[in-house]
Design a protein around this ligand. Structure first.
Ligand SMILES: NC(=O)C1=CN([C@@H]2O[C@H](COP(=O)(O)OP(=O)(O)OC[C@H]3O[C@@H](n4cnc5c(N)ncnc54)[C@H](OP(=O)(O)O)[C@@H]3O)[C@@H](O)[C@H]2O)[C@@H](O)CC1
Ligand SMILES: Nc1ncnc2c1ncn2[C@@H]1O[C@H](COP(=O)(O)OP(=O)(O)O)[C@@H](O)[C@H]1O
Ligand SMILES: [K+]
Length: 482
């Protein structure tokens, strides 16, 4: 599945029109499917449709007609000046004898549901004046709001804060990156030819169908030396903060993702855990001989982070570089050696590498991940909500994950999990997007059971369940499809 920008969606729309596809059909399906979602969420509750003069408004006018035909009370306020398909949608509604009043008169009452059909992908710049006031009034109403295609105002502020949003044709960037404004998310197919939706120049939304075939198979004859062994190098002994648990959590992540054996290379005196690991105490960052197929490096390394990474380079193995191993010097050394390496920065670490601010990275994570992959020539996992994986010109946005994951150590678990998939033989981009998906799914499963207050080691422990659900094709979609 692809993630569209408003421009890409418009292109798909135009190409359908060039093939002779009547765009009015797209609008009809959009409005009809949105009416279906309306009925599923709000039943018989009367609707107040607020329609702009563009095609988003047109979708709202179609929805109004379908609700009316189903006997649901509808009041319609529309801006003047419809053209093209939106004008036809208006005429079809008027033919049913519905009164359409000016948008300036919009008002509503307790018990009604607002349908936001003001602006969709055609919005240019932030809403101001009357429209900003209208959106603020809608949000303050405390009535349920169903947004058509996009909550009006997105990606800028002010914006409608919707109860639910029906995306038409494909998901657009704000649906995943400004999820909070969208409420419950639904994706409506509106009859666009499938090949127009599969534009490989667009970022991917990682799905069950794409990731399931990547899962390493475990033959009956498997033994602990045949399914991927991981070396974890990290930890620090000296002045300053100690993240002593970080490499141990990475080891847990690797084991729970299916590693056959985990070797832990740690500073002398470091607490040895988990019981299942093989320990290699060293006085300072160095690489003892290890029989492993991949490495996870840097967790809890503090001032030793880069030294661990440079020592690990000599192994010549696929490597996950995390936390304090994330420096441009280290990245450059891995690129020069032509080693498959996966960098796993959060927004703060990515900002440091890119010479910008965490706010700038968070403002456009797709671009930040792409830029960092380009600058380093390596695979980048930009952790966040959602996490983005970038390699060359490939971008993948991960739809799983929960705010309950915002707790110390979950990133370390992720690094170990990705290393286990590298050790099992997956190429870096595949190991990264599969690892991120399962880690997010583990968070989703736990959050549903326990709510907020997860511990990172519990996320590791939930990885086998996440893996099993993916294997069995039973991953719940993070959005409804209609
Ligand atoms: N993709 C698909 O396959 C399909 C897409 N469909 C639907 O079409 C939608 C896109 O429709 P669209 O292109 O007509 O734009 P839309 O969002 O209605 O807004 C345009 C209006 O907003 C105005 N305006 C802009 N900025 C403004 C501002 N800052 N402040 C104030 N006004 C501003 C602008 O004014 P103008 O600049 O023209 O004066 C114009 O009037 C899409 O989201 C989906 O719902 C479906 O029907 C079927 C298939
Ligand atoms: N709000 C959120 N929604 C989804 N995932 C989140 C959220 N907050 C954090 N995460 C995930 O939790 C992990 C945190 O990693 P990181 O910041 O490196 O933590 P640590 O360094 O403590 O291990 C990442 O995988 C990130 O994507
Ligand atoms: K809208």
């Amino acid at each position: 599945m692809r993630l569209f920008t408003p421009e890409a969606m418009r292109r798909a729309d135009e190409r359908a029109a060039e093939r002779g596809y009547p765009t009015l059909l797209l609008m009809e399906w959009a409005g009809m499917k949105a009416a279906r979602v309306y009925r599923a969420l709000f039943g018989e509750a009367p609707a107040v449709v607020l329609a702009g003069k563009g095609n988003n408004g047109g979708d709202g006018l179609v929805l109004a007609r379908h609700l009316l035909l189903e006997g649901v009370g509808v009041r319609v306020y529309a801006e003047e000046g419809q053209k093209g398909d939106a004008l036809l949608a208006l005429k079809a509604l008027l033919a049913h004898g519905v009164e359409v009043r000016p948008l300036e008169e919009a008002s509503w009452a307790e018990g009604e549901v607002l349908v936001d059909a003001l602006f969709g992908t055609g919005l240019k710049g932030p809403l101001m004046g009357f429209y900003a006031g209208l959106v603020e009034r809608m949000n303050a109403s405390r009535l349920p709001i169903l947004a058509l295609d996009l909550p009006s105002g997105l990606p800028h502020a002010p914006q409608v804060r919707a109860t639910a949003t029906v995306a038409f044709g494909g998901l657009k960037t704000p649906h995943l990156f400004q999820r909070e404004a969208c409420g419950r998310l639904f994706l409506a197919e509106i009859g666009l030819p499938k090949d127009l939706l599969e534009d490989s120049t667009l970022p991917e939304v990682a799905t069950l169908e794409a990731l399931r075939p990547l899962l390493p198979r475990r033959p009956l004859t498997a033994h602990k030396g045949s399914v991927g062994r991981v070396g974890v190098l990290g930890g620090y002994r000296g002045e300053g903060l100690l993240y002593a648990g970080a490499p141990l959590l990475a080891a847990l992540g690797a084991y729970r993702m299916g590693a056959g054996l985990v070797h832990l290379v740690l500073p002398e005196g470091h607490p040895p855990s988990p019981l299942e690991a093989v320990f290699h105490p060293v006085p300072a960052p160095s690489l003892p001989p290890l029989k492993v197929e991949a490495l996870a490096v840097g967790m809890g390394g503090g001032p030793w982070g880069a030294a661990w990474a440079l020592a690990a380079l000599e192994a010549g193995l696929p490597t996950v570089l995390d936390a304090d191993a994330l420096t441009l010097e280290v990245a450059e050394a891995y690129r020069r050696r032509g080693l498959p390496a996966v960098l796993t920065p959060h927004a703060g670490e990515a900002a440091r590498l890119l010479g910008t601010t965490p706010e700038a990275v968070a403002g456009d994570p797709l671009e930040a991940a792409r830029a960092l992959a380009e600058r380093t020539g390596l695979t980048v996992v930009l952790k966040g909500a959602p996490t983005v994986v970038a390699e060359g010109d490939r971008l993948s946005v991960n739809p799983t994950g929960h705010p309950a994951l915002a707790t110390g150590g979950t990133g370390d678990v992720l690094s170990g999990a990705i290393a286990a998939l590298l050790a099992a033989g997956l190429p870096p981009f595949e190991a990264a997007r599969l690892g991120v998906f399962l880690h997010g799914l583990a968070g989703d499963l736990l959050a549903e059971e326990k709510g907020i207050g997860l511990l990172a080691h519990e996320v590791a422990e939930a990885l086998p369940r996440a893996r099993r659900l993916l294997e069995e094709g039973r991953v719940p979609m993070p959005f409804g499809v209609v």
